[in-house]
Design a protein around this ligand. Structure first.
Ligand code: URP
Ligand code: ZN
Ligand code: ZN
Length: 468
């Protein structure tokens, strides 16, 4: 064996137990008490520590052209930062170009990711063009290739109408794919934007107001109805409002395969951030909502109706965020000229584990929503998502006694010049991250390698009911 992690407490989605974990050729080969090292085995003392699966971040935007620029972290910076926060797999979004078959989209983005990624990665394809049968049918080629996950946007200028969304759902059902949705009502959003701007309401607060609870909630309900009509599963990404949470909960109680993702920013911040000094830094879509929505989402985390936690990592520099005050072209800016998105790829696992450490949820539930559930949902649980014999040795050693205060300059590892998590205190922190048995974070710094990450091919997805 190559590596033996001795004396830690293994945490799975269901149980916690003391055991040694043995790794050979990047795989977990044995879990048990009193495992013996071989001649060249590296032995790691994990007494007093938790041994966790690496997190799977099901929602990132690395080097993504968006909002008139490109998100700051490329595949190297983003995955390096992920590794240092205990995340060992990221699902990044490809945005299909007009007239581009899905397989071409995958190849175009993988050409960027493969030389750079420091941990394993896979993709969801953001569908923007299904106007012809050729485009729609090309979804099947992606599934056969190993990318069985698509996303439609109900908002943004590249978003699709309900007819196209419905066609994508029908097709997904046939070919064994999962459809994710960014749910916000585009028409109402556009009307509100126009009204606010004409009234001189230009501050980031009006970003929230134009994408308020009802704007998201209506679209959540409509998306669920479309999935029910198509008789297929649905994954609502970055859920941030109570109406949507209630609709997901009700649909699941009726037995529908409806799954919801939320993000740490919605659990930790409320709309009040849009009144703060650097409110522009928090502009993302959907925006943070009020306390009522935050409480509803926390309830979903606790009662099982939130399936996954992901980051929606889409960082932009301070200067780009300031386009809300003064645009690139020197004209005055407003809330619509701020690139949408925030950083979080290094903060997700430490944040939710810290909440577990403080007793808000169990460590098992933190592991379930951050690792096991995304693996099951996206068709890669034959490889990842748990500390289990036969799976990839994507392992985090977590010290519940080590605390950290986020300081972008000192202890974050991405390329961004700021973070909305600055000053956040977490109780407990990863002290080692292994990706397929290779140490990539030593508790202080990134020790992995650019290009080490592999493209993970996922199995076709056919969720018949609310299996998670
Ligand atoms: O503000 C966000 N979330 N930017 C990234 C694109 C998206 O909608 O997920
Ligand atoms: Zn989105
Ligand atoms: Zn996103």
């Amino acid at each position: 064996m190559d590596l033996l992690i001795k004396g830690g407490k293994v945490v799975t989605a269901k149980t916690t137990f003391k055991a040694d974990v043995a790794v050979k050729n990047g795989k977990i080969v044995a879990i048990g008490n009193g495992l013996k090292a071989e001649k060249d085995t590296e032995v790691v003392d994990a007494r007093g520590k938790l041994v966790l699966p690496g997190a799977i971040d099901g929602h990132t935007h690395l080097a993504m052209p968006f909002g008139g620029t490109i998100s700051t972290d490329d595949y190297y910076a983003g995955t390096r930062s992920a590794a240092c926060g205990g995340t060992t797999t990221v699902f990044d979004f490809i945005l299909q170009s007009q007239g581009e078959p899905m397989l071409d989209s995958i190849k175009r983005r993988d050409a960027l990711a493969a030389p750079d990624a420091a941990v394993d990665y896979s993709f969801h394809i953001g569908v923007t063009d299904v106007t012809t049968d050729k485009m729609l049918d090309s979804m099947e080629d992606a599934v056969k290739f190993g990318i069985p996950s698509f996303k439609v946007f109900m908002v943004y200028d590249f978003g699709v109408d309900d007819g196209s969304f419905y066609k994508v759902l029908q097709k997904a059902k046939k070919i064994g794919a999962l459809v994710g949705v960014h749910a916000e009502n585009r028409d109402v959003n556009n009307v509100l934007v126009k009204q606010y701007l004409s009234e001189g309401k230009v501050e980031p607060w009006w970003h929230y107001m134009s994408k308020n609870e009802d704007v998201e909630g209506e679209a959540d309900v409509r998306a669920i109805n479309l999935a029910k009509m198509a008789g297929t599963s649905l994954y609502i990404v970055h859920l941030a409002d109570k109406q949507g949470m209630d609709a997901v909960t009700a649909a699941r109680a009726e037995g529908y395969p409806i799954f919801a993702e939320t993000c740490p920013q919605y659990l930790n911040f409320t709309k009040e951030v849009y009144k703060s000094k650097r409110a522009q830094d928090y502009v993302c879509s959907p925006p943070m909502k009020g306390k009522v929505s935050q409480d509803a989402i926390w309830a979903g985390i606790k009662n099982g109706n939130i399936a996954t936690l992901a980051t929606d990592h889409c960082p932009f520099t301070k200067a780009e965020k300031d386009w809300g005050i003064k645009q690139k072209n020197g004209k005055p800016g407003n809330f619509t000229t701020i690139p949408n998105g925030c950083a979080g790829i290094e903060n997700m696992y430490p944040y939710i584990l810290s909440e577990a450490n403080k007793g808000r949820i169990s460590f098992n539930r933190a592991v379930e929503i951050s690792a096991s559930n995304p693996a099951k949902l996206f068709g890669l649980d034959h490889l990842k998502g748990a500390v289990e014999v036969g799976l990839d040795a994507d392992i985090v050693i977590y010290d519940p006694k080590k605390s950290l205060t986020v300081n972008n300059k000192k202890n974050m590892h991405g390329d961004l010049d700021h973070t909305i998590w600055e000053g956040a205190k977490v109780k407990g922190y990863p002290v080692a991250t292994y990706s397929r048995g290779k140490l990539v974070f030593d508790g202080k710094k990134f020790v992995g390698e650019k290009g080490y990450g592999q493209l993970i091919k996922c199995r076709p997805i056919r969720h018949k009911g609310p299996i998670l």
